[in-house]
Design a protein around this ligand. Structure first.
Ligand code: ATP
Ligand code: MG
Length: 569
């Protein structure tokens, strides 16, 4: 490719609205351009990277025997209604209608569509197991699109779905997919970590996310020396007790006019937040539930929903809070509550003589003790666990790091085949639901994650495996006849040798061309300049390490080809 004939619109300055390294560099190096919120054009350089990441993904999917297909972006509402996700997915599901008012979803993921194919086409256990995958544009109307293509509303995903007769077979494919993902991210030269994950709106029994280590990542991962690693949505752990042993005191209502939050009450009564119980009313699948936790901690709604077996959970609206507690929002407490399920976090168990809401306007109660003043059926783990909490496996204090989630794999079990009545006949002729797995990998997000880990103050430093080009020929003064001739020859010889090569044949100043070369970050730069040519030499420079040396023109093609091939091996 000749620079003069393609579109690589580079910028000197960081765009003011971009917050992360990858977002800034993708704009500055002319990889992407925003069309509207969360929707991007992939310009030629960016598209080349996408195609290279896709090629790696395809190779690794094909290697483990997956079959590629392509499902439509548009899917009818009826399919989503069958599984209940038309409602559960909420506003993220991008809904459209046709001229007759019929409703459709723009696919955010394809469990429904693929299950529909399989229930219509697959009859026998003999056809199992198999895995289908596609690489496709997905739509999610994200509440906060940001960081460029990291959290976009339209993005590219590889999604795979496996179908099995039983859990053992699912476990085998899950493992193969997990290993394939490790190979993919190794080949993209990413530093990553697979961690235990929550299952969210997709559902299922087990899940892992692959996290690319990055300080600006939106995900938090809780880790322990013993090897335990889980996302903050999922992490389990123990909250260290801070409660001194005390004798129970008699309960005592107190006036707390207008004091509705833990902070308000704690300050007003002069007690530490951990000496309060936080009482939160939720609605889980339409039913009110009350959750209790130590005042200085937060409820993990994912874990709570999981324990309740609920597919949807949200903080109760004020009217429900009033109905359940008899008081407006801000005064809920466990004493005297009835007719509602109580979920009590383990952090409440050691507490003595604490403050709770009084279930009446402007009233709290002091010296409340679980068991004596309200009954507890059993304590559970519904706390948001973080850095500093204790590992459940080994008891050590845990740490945390930030990361970008580039992929997630799920053991779905029969969640979708049950609700969509997708069955096969087993050896005995009995209809059984397919056991399923699903495996998503964000192609466009992976491109951004690679840049987060491969850049310096001058620009991107692409790994050879996904770089838009292997080699850039920088012709210092393209008007000079000798420079032009040597550059052109090198360009066509490298192309003939199968190397992806970009020739900077622009008539711009050397300063501009060198800066742009650093910015777009092609792994090998070969400089053709008048000075070097006098002694029959080119200059070769490695973008990532900065290592550079002279390269005799004779034999240059063979030498460069060798370097590229070694880097790709
Ligand atoms: P997140 O928690 O970041 O919203 P998710 O759990 O919703 O991600 P999945 O449904 O597992 O994501 O989708 C599979 C992959 O698709 C993710 O691992 C990620 O790489 C990519 N992905 C998801 N949402 C987006 C988005 N809005 N923009 C770009 N890529 C995305
Ligand atoms: Mg999401």
């Amino acid at each position: 490719m000749r620079w003069s004939k393609t579109l690589i619109p580079t910028h000197k300055e960081d765009p003011s609205h971009a917050e992360t390294t990858s977002h800034k560099l993708m704009l500055r190096a002319g990889l992407i351009r925003r069309l509207t919120s969360g929707v991007y054009n992939y310009l030629p350089l960016g598209w080349r990277v996408i195609r290279k990441v896709e090629a790696i993904v395809r190779e690794e999917m094909d290697r483990i025997g997956c079959q590629e297909l392509l499902m439509p972006v548009v899917s009818p509402a009826e399919l989503w209604q069958e599984t209940g996700r038309w409602d559960v997915y909420g506003k993220e599901l991008w809904r459209v209608h046709d001229r007759n008012g019929r409703q459709f979803a723009l696919g955010p993921t394809h469990e429904e569509v693929v299950t529909d194919i399989v229930r219509n086409e697959v009859r026998s256990y003999r056809q199992l197991p198999f895995t289908l995958y596609q690489i496709q544009t997905k739509f999610r109307d994200e509440i906060r699109p940001r960081f460029g293509v990291v959290r976009a509303r339209e993005f590219i995903m590889k999604d795979a779905y496996s179908f099995h007769r039983d859990e053992d077979s699912l476990n085998e494919t899950y493992k193969a997919m997990y290993d394939a993902y490790c190979r993919i991210f190794d080949r993209c030269d990413l530093s990553y970590r697979p961690v235990e994950a929550a299952t969210g709106a997709i559902g299922g029994s087990a899940s892992h996310e692959f996290m690319v280590l990055c300080d600006t990542g939106e995900s938090e991962v809780i880790v322990c020396e013993c090897g335990y690693a889980a996302t903050d949505e999922r992490a389990e752990g123990l909250i260290a007790d801070i409660m001194p042993v005390e004798d129970p005191l008699p309960i005592e209502p107190v006036d707390t006019p207008g004091m509705k939050t833990i902070e308000d009450v704690s300050e007003f009564l002069g007690v530490e937040p951990w000496r309060l119980i936080k009482t939160i009313v939720y609605v889980a699948d339409g039913e009110p539930v009350v959750a209790l936790i130590r005042g200085d901690r937060d409820i993990n709604e994912e874990k709570l929903a999981g324990l309740l077996g609920a597919s949807m959970i949200e903080a109760a609206p004020p009217a429900v809070v009033e109905k359940v507690t008899g008081a407006p929002v801000g005064f809920a407490g466990p004493v005297g509550l009835s007719g509602v399920r109580l979920m009590v976090d383990r952090s409440v168990e050691p507490l003595r003589n604490v403050v709770v809401g009084g279930n009446a306007v402007d009233v709290h109660i002091r010296n409340v003790n679980a068991g004596r003043d309200f009954s507890v059926d059993g304590y559970c783990d519904i706390a948001r666990i973080g850095k500093g909490d204790l590992c459940r496996k080994c008891g050590k204090t845990m740490d945390s790091f930030r990361g970008i989630e580039v992929s997630q794999v799920f053991k779905l079990g029969t969640k979708y085949s049950d609700s969509m009545k997708a069955t096969f006949l087993n050896e005995n002729g009995k209809a059984m639901p397919f056991v399923m797995g699903c495996y998503g990998l964000g192609i466009s997000r992976t491109m951004a994650a690679i840049i987060e880990q491969h850049s310096d103050e001058y620009g991107i430093t692409w790994p050879m495996s996904v770089a838009p080009f292997d080699v850039e020929i920088l012709a210092v003064k393209f008007r000079n006849e000798e420079v032009r001739e040597i550059s052109e020859r090198l360009y066509s010889d490298l192309k003939a040798a199968g190397i992806d090569v970009l020739l900077d044949d622009r008539h711009d100043s050397p300063g501009v061309k060198f800066k742009d070369a650093d910015l777009i970050g092609i792994p090998i730069r070969v400089t053709v300049g008048e000075r070097g040519l006098k002694s029959g030499a080119l200059e070769i420079r490695m973008r990532e390490t900065g290592e550079q040396r002279d390269l005799p023109i004779d034999g240059a093609v063979a030498e460069i080809t060798k370097i590229v091939e070694e880097a790709k091996a």
